[in-house]
Write a protein that binds this ligand. Structure first.
Ligand SMILES: C[S@@+](CC[C@H](N)C(=O)[O-])C[C@H]1O[C@@H](n2cnc3c(N)ncnc32)[C@H](O)[C@@H]1O
Length: 222
């Protein structure tokens, strides 16, 4: 793991409690208004029997899928978040870093109809992880990624590179989180290099917002 990548994962250890409170109190408006619904619709649209939520955090999406009759398994690198997911009712959850998953060091099941990553691909070296996820999909399976829309967050600097999130505006004690900004073509190249074919690209947007709230990509195994 590179230095910024281990700082990134460490920031989730530091921020786990604040994140649980933020998600469970609905503190992030764009999630409440747009992006939670967008990822649920994208997943439900494929009617998958079994889903892996990569970087599941405290597990809100696992619970939302289970309520809709979909078997959902979660994996995340932070043990506090996984404990919170388990306590909230999801039994199939695993603690594993992306580095361990990329090297297939942890058994998290296989033959998934769909793997989703909701705002959880924040590091630079995503291709080995995505290729490892490709190998866990059943034939015809899909990867659904929702992420920050690069044009909405570029802030005049449209090139791949590390940035910093301070969580300003969300109540709680936060440590800054390094995250890797990726242009649209960089996302599409990464999918291609990991053996995926893009089948849908969406830009979920609130009608009263001038910019999209996220970029949502659906890709199938090639
Ligand atoms: C913004 S949160 C999203 C959580 C969840 N998907 C959601 O929608 O609420 C990013 C998640 O990615 C996980 N994550 C980030 N880097 C990781 C790494 N290197 N290995 C494992 N998990 C990681 C964090 O622990 C965190 O739960």
């Amino acid at each position: 793991m590179s230095a910024p990548e281990s700082t990134l994962l460490q920031s989730w250890h530091d921020n786990a409690q604040a994140w649980i409170e933020a998600i469970r109190s609905g503190a992030i408006e764009s999630r409440r208004q747009v992006t939670d619904q967008a990822i649920l619709l994208a997943i439900m649209g494929r009617q998958p029997e079994r889903v892996l939520d990569l970087g599941c955090g405290e597990g809100w999406l696992l619970r939302a899928l289970a309520e809709r009759g979909i078997e959902a398994v979660g994996v995340d690198g932070d043990a506090t978040l996984i404990d919170a997911a388990r306590t909230a009712g999801t039994s199939q959850v695993h603690v594993a870093s992306y580095a361990a998953l990329a090297e297939a060091q942890v058994d998290i099941g296989r033959d998934y109809a769909l793997i989703c990553a909701n705002f959880s691909l924040l590091h630079q070296d995503i291709i080995p992880l995505m290729a490892a996820m490709n190998a866990l999909l059943a034939p015809g399976g899909a990867l659904v990624i929702q992420t920050l829309h690069p044009w909405a967050v570029a802030a005049g600097d449209y090139q791949d590179g590390w940035r910093e999130e301070t969580f300003a505006g969300i109540a709680g004690q936060w440590q800054p989180m390094p995250w890797y900004f990726r242009t649209l073509s960089s996302w599409l190249n990464a999918l291609d290099m990991a053996g995926f074919r893009l089948t849908s690209l969406q830009e979920p947007q609130h009608p009263q917002s001038a910019v999209p709230q996220s970029l949502l990509m659906i890709a199938e195994r090639r």
